[in-house]
Design a protein around this ligand. Structure first.
Ligand SMILES: Nc1ncnc2c1ncn2[C@@H]1O[C@H](COP(=O)(O)OP(=O)(O)OP(=O)(O)O)[C@@H](O)[C@H]1O
Ligand SMILES: [Mg+2]
Length: 263
């Protein structure tokens, strides 16, 4: 489990998130949604151990601030919202950055693990390509393959592993969005935990078990997809006309902004 209680982060003398509390369970896909600037990335950086914070964050029962970098690296993989790489690395080199040093000492196994991760994000055979020569969506999938190399097993020694994904599908076409969300779902179904920052509310409705909705550095709502995706909550948090409908066949909610043009 990942547990946050009373978490606040200050950056450049400004309070960015304030008194945030929620839990994310292993086996469940927890989505964090909310407007631009609401503090989602800041919250994710606190959880991943990249930013100092006040309050408590526990991962599998451990205080995140007390974990050594190698312990954190074994427990959670992080896909940042933006990754700029200025050197001419190949895809193989980027993906193998995710491997532990032990695995990197076994070149055959390392190559297999990297190839498997690339296959899983539909980039089989891209190993020798230069990262900078790839499209935006391909680069995003290479970064995810790097994370999947680092955290390849959802459970190790009976403890869940965590994927912390900040907008993992933001540059992807609809087919690759589904590929990545299915990967995240499978990771949860096999006992791991995923926290994913999402702007696509319809994909969130399809794949998330829980939604944490942020607004102005705090929590606006937290609960199941049906609890959080309501006309009232979404219109108030996003400040625009939105209508939540449901797919007749199975009741899955979907969000349309059609009232913005139809009144
Ligand atoms: N280092 C910093 N110094 C000062 N302010 C910052 C810093 N980093 C982020 N902020 C501010 O904190 C707020 C929250 O930023 P954050 O990146 O967490 O938002 P977000 O919810 O991830 O937004 P988006 O959907 O656009 O990615 C923003 O107003 C941002 O300008
Ligand atoms: Mg962000």
């Amino acid at each position: 489990m990942i547990e946050l209680s009373g978490v606040s982060v200050r950056l450049s003398g400004k309070r960015i998130i304030s008194d945030v509390a929620f839990t994310a369970e292993a086996g469940k896909l927890t989505a964090i949604a909310g407007p631009n600037g609401s503090g989602k990335t800041t919250g994710m950086k606190a959880i991943s151990g990249e930013l100092p914070y006040q309050g408590k964050i526990r991962m599998n029962g451990h205080d995140v601030t007390r974990l050594q970098p190698w312990q954190l690296a074994a427990m959670r993989g992080v896909l940042p919202q933006a990754s700029s790489i200025s050197f001419p690395f190949t895809v193989r080199e980027i993906v193998r950055m995710g491997l532990t040093s032990g695995l990197n000492r076994n070149p055959e196994k390392a190559e297999q693990t990297a190839a498997k991760a690339l296959e899983s994000v539909d980039l089989g055979g891209y190993e020798g390509r230069f990262y900078q020569h790839l499209s935006g969506g391909e680069q995003q999938r290479v970064q995810l393959a790097r994370v999947l190399c680092q955290i390849s097993e959802p459970v190790v020694d009976g403890e869940p592993r965590w994927l912390l994904l900040d907008e993992p599908v933001s540059s992807l076409d609809i087919s690759h969005q589904l590929t990545i969300m299915r990967l995240a779902r499978a990771f949860c179904d096999n006992g791991g935990g995923v926290i994913a920052v999402m702007h696509d509310l319809n994909l969130t409705a399809l794949f998330a078990d829980r939604i944490i909705l942020m607004q102005s550095g705090g929590l606006a709502a937290a609960g199941s997809v049906h609890d959080v995706l309501t006309d009232k909550t979404m219109q108030s948090v996003f400040g625009c006309p939105l209508r939540i409908n449901t797919v007749p066949a199975d009741g899955t909610p979907f969000v349309l902004a059609h009232s913005a043009i139809n009144g």
